[in-house]
Design a protein around this ligand. Structure first.
Ligand code: SAM
Length: 284
């Protein structure tokens, strides 16, 4: 993607969250306060026009999303289950003593902003490209800063996590940390993904965990997003945010060898999928 421009996939996820707020039954799945916070953030940041926010919250939009769900089967509701999964991972890790939450590729996700006051002794760090992170910072400023929420602007494809985080005074490389790589890894090249695992292992303490989602590889080695994969990949390319990385779930444990992380499928919970995405948790 163009590094100076804000991510379009980031606001698409956020708009999807707003529409899920109007979807009957999803209030039981979505983390409490998430829809409202996402709406505030989109409006305050100016990431999208106000009218898009209003349309996205309309009940009629739920039908439209369901109509287009064939393109990425199951992904409309899947985004909601994915959000719930990452929030559960954050809460479980904090409950077992994590003192840092790191969210690379945070986009317009509101977990850090919402959980920071509830867990005032935990430090939250978000990283994103400057184009997106600037808008987010503007929104957070208007919504109310959190002392323990740190918004960092960096390109993860160019800078190493250690070089991004170690200069920050409050970052504790020995601290028990939960890393939430949500909706990110598919946009990175294989070497960057591997380096993200290696680096995040180096700069976190014992007992840390990393939760992530990923796209499975098809027989041709390319990302497999269902029957319309080719069209979807074309659309992503055209939008300037192509997918680069995918992996078959069966190959994940081997991929993590040498990174320091151990794959723990049992930690994922009842379902290991959200739409076309797989969920993963690794521990150190
Ligand atoms: C699909 S959005 C997901 C946003 C958020 N994690 C969520 O799930 O709501 C992908 C995010 O990753 C960020 N991203 C992609 N490549 C990146 C890179 N090389 N460095 C930093 N951020 C990156 C984009 O700017 C965007 O905000």
């Amino acid at each position: 993607m163009r590094k100076d421009q804000a991510s379009t996939t980031a606001y698409k996820v956020a708009l999807n969250v707003l529409t899920l707020g109007a979807e009957p039954g999803m209030d039981k799945v979505l983390p409490s306060g998430m829809v409202e916070a996402t709406e505030k953030l989109l409006l305050a940041s100016g990431a999208v026009p106000c009218s898009w926010v209003q349309w996205s919250r309309a009940r009629s939009m739920t039908c439209l999303y369901r109509l287009f769900d064939w393109l990425l089967p199951g992904m409309y509701l899947g985004v909601g289950y994915r959000k719930a999964f990452f929030e559960q991972q954050a809460r479980a890790a904090i409950g077992s003593g994590a003192t840092q939450v790191l969210i690379p590729g945070a986009g317009y996700d509101t977990l850090g902003w919402r959980l920071a006051p509830e867990f005032s002794s935990v430090q939250f760090y978000e990283i994103d490209h400057p184009g997106t992170a600037c808008l987010k910072a503007r929104g957070i400023e208007a919504m109310g800063q959190r002392e323990n929420l740190h918004l960092v602007q960096a390109d993860l494809g160019k800078l190493k996590l250690a070089d991004i985080l170690n200069p920050i005074d409050s970052w504790n490389p020995a601290g028990k940390t939960v890393v939430l790589a949500e909706g990110l890894l598919m946009y990175l090249y294989r070497e960057t993904v591997r380096d993200l695992f290696v680096q995040s292992h180096r700069i976190t303490g014992t007992g840390s965990r990393i939760a992530f989602d990923y796209i499975s590889s098809g027989a041709d080695g390319r990302p497999d997003a269902g029957p319309w994969t080719a069209s979807f990949l074309w659309l992503l390319n055209a939008s300037g945010e192509p997918w680069h990385w995918s992996i078959s779930p069966g190959d994940l444990s081997d991929f993590l060898i040498g990174t320091g992380w151990t794959n723990t499928p049992d930690f994922v919970g009842e379902s290991d999928r959200c739409g076309v995405e797989f969920l993963g948790v690794a521990v150190k």
